[in-house]
Design a binder for this molecule. Sequence first.
Ligand code: FAD
Ligand code: SIN
Length: 537
Amino acid sequence: MEIMTDYLVIGSGIAGLSFALKAAKSGTVAIITKKERMETSTNYAQGGIASVVDINDSFDFHVRDTLKSGDGLCNKKIVDIVVKDGPERIKELIQFGVNFSQMSDGSGDLELGMEGGHSKRRVVHTKDHTGREVERALLEKVKENKKITVYEDHMAIDLITKSKLIKRGIISSETSESCWGAYVLNEDNGQVVTFIARITVIATGGAGKIYLYTSNPDIATGDGVAIGYRAGVKVANMEFVQFHPTCLYHPLAKNFLISEAVRGEGGILLDGRGNRFMEKYHPMKDLAFRDVVARSIYLELKKSGDECVYLDITHRSPDFIKERFPSIYENCLKYHIDITSQPIPVVPAAHYMCGGIMTDENGATNIKNLYAIGEVACTGLHGANRLASNSLLEALVFAKRAAERSEKELLENMHIPLSKAPLWDCGGATDSEEMIVVTHNWDEIRRTMWNYVGIVRTNKRLARARTRIENIQAEIREYYWDFIVTRDLLELRNIALVAELIITCASMRKESRGLHYNLDYPEKDDEHWKRNTVIWK
Ligand code: FAD
Ligand code: SIN
């Protein structure tokens, strides 16, 4: 089956939906998403969106905090662009119907949250479930738009690139590489659909599921980076995996974050004996940059042998806690933890991928007609460590810029007939009877990455991880070509590749900076390493 569209958007989070709403002004848009449309990291975002909206704040302060957090690797030009566009993007979300929390004084002013690394209150939020509210509003707008079609349970397998068409004798000319859509698995019937598009946008989010413990939902398997890399895009800074310091520690809780906003409202980190410890590590204490707090918790746990530390907000009134953090309160209560009277057991977990597909200031990749926006992209904003709540902001700003830029490219591509892509060839594939191998490999990758490529690394650990991942990749190659594709198998292939890319970048960087900490090179080395780690196939 073939579907033709002007724009193909892979992903229905804040980046994909925001892009689609703008692109629909100039063409037809197909959004594919591998589960239900709201099943995205966006939907689980808690703290909010960082932006300068208070008169006591300034663009300079937000820029300075972002640069400090990025530890020398942010692109200043990109930081300026994103920070300055923030207030407009917030206004637009409000016009779209997003209900942000307002001050209780009746002024109508936005209530601003505080998070680690920020020198001012600047996090626009909807209580502690900002992402759910933003996703709801964007999906409603998309539903009203007749030029946008959403395909749920459709998973992108690989991009259709010009070189693929040349290889199969469909196109003969050899000019620069370009993209013309994607092969997509329709999970309802197991068929592979060929989506042919003049512009393709990768908005597939992050890759937290590569690690055993993560705040991310199941969709976060790094598909976009893997798909892009196989097609020839440049990928950068994959060693900078952000670990959120405070995920709920409970045997039955899966992926539940305790927002940094809890520390922003006075929450204090305590060790197992009830002692504060962050003042030993950084003058900003519990509100230090995220890499510092996660590493400090790691060191405390290593020293004490404890399984978790605690986050204590009990000194605030129960009414305040329930009003400001209703979702966290309710969720913890399910595990018999009353956060108004008990400290919350927490541990760090993989949370955000600062690296990704390298793009320019308009979200364009090095392949023509192909864009990457949102968490999957490496724009230069985050450097070696993302500042809290800068991710949703980045997605909004780049969705707009990519839509404006790709509209021009769409016009240039209009004369090209779109009916020449080959259908997917599944060769002699049969149904796999040994899905247990897939499950086993999934588990091994996630444990390997957690144990050897986590918060603290060494050369030996990285080498061990590489050997294990290479063995698994050899097994996957056999499976991938011999059996009919399923989502599990495709995701496995992707997490293995992205794990390899993280290990490669981490092994290249012979220093410690931001989120990358290697005991064999504990110092920052500006002379040799104040630069991105860039790789491509
Ligand atoms: P996502 O929202 O993750 O959407 C990705 C989409 O791509 C999904 O629809 C998925 O199904 C689809 N997809 C993936 N692979 C494929 C494929 N192969 N084929 C088809 N579809 C595919 N950031 C902040 O700035 N502020 C916060 O307060 C904040 N809180 C967070 C809390 C949590 C628990 C988490 C997990 C993250 C948080 N973040 C926060 C980070 C932020 O939410 C994400 O970086 C951001 O939402 C990413 O948006 P996105 O549109 O790029 O991707
Ligand atoms: C949080 O609420 O702590 C998450 C914020 C973020 O990841 O930016």
